[in-house]
Design a protein around this ligand. Structure first.
Ligand code: PDD
Length: 281
């Protein structure tokens, strides 16, 4: 495997950043993940737009133009022979002697890109079975709308899910409402047959998959509301699923060990997965 690090393609095992990279020391960095389907970036535009927004919110300079980034990313896919998989892009504020406040404008942002292949058939086989999730108390910072690498709470939540034999953890706020997954947005088909995902404020990431799926749903004419839901509503929903570049649209068949519906992926989530993949690829 080959990684891109600050202007150079290097063997993955030798790819390293400086010990005083602010991403490493302070989580002062943002990232994006695109699904790669048929060799192309899924939802390319949305992820670039969110990257630019995340950089802007943290006042990190654009490391290069969108066109230049796209060229480097295409080259990363080519060198790694990725046609089906994921591409990861991280931008940190750069390397500077440790100091909490930002360094001067002379410090250039640091860019890292990695790409990996996925076995699409295996991924689809997993989606056809559905996945389990666990709920965990929301303990992240107040700006979950910025896609930063400050992911320790997310990593701990995912580990908790893994130890419970589940795929994803869903965060629950102090009102008992599900905010989102550790690396996905959460949806239900409620008992009235209405598709729901919570509205976007600082508490969740504005998922690009979520956004595109909303457009897909509008075309189907299925009832939809941008409205939060409780853990209880999720547990008693007809269907539950999560969305994200890594999950696409993934049916959830259990929550905290309790079956959702009859414990099998529902027809709506299954159909939306197919429609999303058709749209994004
Ligand atoms: N995660 N919420 C969180 C906290 C996320 O980290 C992600 C994506 C999403 C879904 O966003 P999108 O549809 O734009 O991928 C929601 C990526 C895939 C990751 O961290 O690997």
């Amino acid at each position: 495997r080959i990684a891109y690090v600050n202007g150079r393609f290097v063997p993955h095992r030798d790819a390293a950043v400086h010990i005083e990279d602010r991403g490493y020391q302070l989580a002062d960095a943002v990232y994006e993940v695109w699904a790669v389907m048929d060799g192309r970036l899924a939802d390319a535009e949305g992820h670039f737009a969110r990257l630019e927004r995340s950089l802007g919110e943290l006042k990190i300079r654009q490391p290069m133009s969108r066109r230049a980034l796209e060229m480097v990313m295409r080259e990363a896919l080519r060198r790694n022979r990725v046609r089906e998989g994921l591409i990861y892009l991280q931008v940190s504020r750069g390397v500077a002697p440790r100091d909490h406040a930002f360094p001067g404008d002379d410090v250039a942002p640091a860019v890292v890109i990695t790409a990996k292949s996925l076995d699409r058939a295996a991924v689809e086989a997993k989606a056809a079975k559905g996945v389990g999730v666990v709920t965990v108390a929301e303990n992240r910072w107040g700006r979950c709308d910025i896609k930063t690498v400050g992911l320790l709470p997310n990593a701990l939540a995912r580990q908790q899910a893994k130890e419970a034999g589940a795929y994803e953890a869903l965060f629950v706020d102090e009102l008992g409402m599900i905010t989102e997954g550790a690396a996905s947005n959460a949806w239900i088909l409620d008992q009235d047959g209405v598709l729901r995902t919570r509205d976007t404020n600082a508490n969740i990431l504005r998922g690009i998959t979520r956004r595109t799926l909303m457009d897909v749903i509008a075309e189907t004419g299925l009832p939809f509301q941008e409205r939060p839901f409780t853990v209880e509503e999720a547990k008693s929903a007809k269907e539950v699923f999560v969305t994200g570049a890594g999950s696409l649209v993934l049916p959830v068949v259990s929550i905290d060990g309790q079956k959702v519906g009859d414990g099998a992926p529902g027809p709506v989530a299954t159909r939306l997965r197919r429609l999303y993949i058709e749209r994004a690829r």
